[in-house]
Write a protein that binds this ligand. Structure first.
Ligand code: ARG
Length: 481
């Protein structure tokens, strides 16, 4: 048999567990031969779904309480189940729980252990329930929790950006389009652009919880159940806003996970754009910022190197998060209703997305506020590339010239500057007047970098006063995780 991940350790352990049993204890009633050991390992998800043990137990407790409330489960059985599940949490957290592939997934591992601990009462827990509504509930509970963590991290990073923006509200740098110097902006303004990107990510994260937060419990396998269940009770117990409206939909769709992965892909795309700028700005060619040493690494051959590995890795990890979104979309595409085993494949891309986003945000929340601005270098760079050319055109418009004509005049002045190697602000008044006689001494007020940024004094503009106002407003708009 060829070597593969299913044929090594897992197989060996499940084979030995198989030795003394006939068919699967959870569903083997209608089977006449025991599951092939390879198939057992191939179909198991316990290796990766054990991370939702807490949510599985929370869901089971709510279900047990509900069964007791509607008279399906006795008080004694309910109590035994609740205590047994508490004990299982302790065992898992103490690392004493014996996870087994033979028991396929997190749900059956926990249920089997419960029955070992409390006997027949454990076998009654699954009344009126299926793993299909159970797993759909667990993932929603888990993802809801993780999104809260992600939003809190986003807000942390945003607060760091606001502090940095405030400290650098007057710092002038070149603004770029097409990566060519365009117009001067303030570094604070640039940080606030990053802030806004993340603000939309945070609100998208909290929006997707609204649609996710309904309870599949009670949908059972697909059609609902014949027991007199109280779905509102379990929904409320678990903090869901309502029971999911349709049982087939509740067990089959994973659009809530897709939506999260899409939101995460957009967030990572934003982080990758920030990464790209940090990598460029910290290069010797730009030299606008210094990254903290603790976030960089050296080269084993070139002693002078300080590499921006962390932003580069975040940029790289954006690829896997985008890939996870595509995996999930492809997984769900064309699946007939309702639950299919395909859905078990939802977890790894989802969990990987969560882990990657959390790690990337953690790195940024610490690294970004610690960026060292090299103000003189930014200022010098802003003076190159005729960054105040638009200001000169606007000046001419204020003196009565139509904008298109002003554009033409300034274009000629820039061409002259290119041949004489002079910035507009370095030309004498006589030189400027050659291009338009209406140019007077007051032109130098608008040709300075300070004058240029101060003139963009409206909501959303780069003037330091506007940046300060934007920061104050942003502090009020932070999303509450
Ligand atoms: N481990 C399964 C999953 O993650 C649980 C649901 C199994 N349901 C079933 N009918 N086989 O999707």
């Amino acid at each position: 048999m060829p070597e593969c991940k299913y044929c090594s350790d897992i197989l060996a352990s499940s084979m030995s567990e198989n030795d003394n049993k006939q068919t699967n204890p959870s569903w083997g009633g209608r089977f006449s031969e025991q599951t092939d050991a390879f198939v057992e390992a191939f179909t198991a998800s316990v290796e990766f779904d054990q991370r939702i043990y807490k949510q599985d137990i929370t869901g089971s407790k709510a279900h047990a309480r509900m069964l007791h409330r509607v008279g399906v489960l006795s008080a004694a059985d309910c109590e035994a189940i609740l205590n047994g599940l508490d004990r299982i949490i302790e065992e898992i957290e103490a690392g004493e729980f014996a996870w087994s592939v033979t028991r396929e997934d997190v749900h059956m591992n926990i249920e089997a252990r419960l029955t070992e601990l409390i006997g027949d009462a454990g076998k009654r827990l699954h009344t009126g329930r299926s793993r299909n509504d159970q797993v759909a509930t667990d993932i929603r509970l888990y993802l809801r929790e993780q999104i809260t963590v992600i939003i809190a991290q986003l807000v942390d990073l945003q607060k760091g950006l606001l502090d940095l923006a405030e400290a650098e509200a007057n710092t002038i740098m070149p603004g770029f389009t097409h990566l060519q110097v365009a117009q001067p902006v303030t570094f604070g303004h640039h940080m606030m652009a990053w802030f806004e990107m993340l603000q939309r990510d945070a609100t998208r994260m909290s929006d997707c919880v609204v649609r996710m937060n309904v309870s599949p419990l009670g949908a059972a396998a697909l059609a609902g159940t014949s027991y007199p269940i109280d779905r509102d009770f379990t929904a409320t117990e678990l903090g869901f806003s309502a029971p999911a409206a349709n049982s087939l939909d509740a067990v089959s769709d994973r659009d809530f996970a897709l939506e999260f992965c899409a939101v995460a892909a957009i967030l990572m795309t934003h982080l990758s754009r920030m990464a790209e700028e940090m990598v460029m700005w910290s290069s010797a060619q730009f030299d606008f910022i210094g990254l903290p040493d603790r976030y960089c690494t050296g080269s084993s051959i070139m002693p002078q190197k300080k590499n921006p590995d962390v932003p580069e890795l975040v940029r790289g990890k954006t690829g896997r998060v985008n890939g996870n979104l595509i995996s999930l979309l492809t997984l769900m595409k064309s699946q007939p209703l309702a639950y299919n085993k395909d859905n078990q494949e939802d977890k790894e891309p989802l969990f990987d997305t969560i882990d990657t986003v959390i790690a990337s945000l953690r790195a940024y929340a610490d690294m970004v506020p610690a960026l060292k601005c090299k103000r003189e270098n930014m200022y010098r760079a802003a003076k190159q590339g005729f960054s105040t050319a638009t200001d000169l055109a606007d000046y001419l418009v204020r003196k009565g010239l139509p904008f298109r004509d002003a554009h033409e005049v300034v274009g000629k002045a820039v061409a002259y500057g290119v041949t004489t190697n002079k910035d507009l602000s370095e030309m004498a008044i006589g030189e400027l007047k050659v291009f338009a006689d209406i140019i007077d001494e007051d032109v130098f007020d608008v040709l300075t970098l300070e004058g240029s940024v101060a003139a963009r004094d409206h909501v959303g503009g780069t003037a330091p006063e506007q940046v300060r106002k934007a920061i104050a407003q942003a502090r009020k708009n932070l999303v509450n995780p």
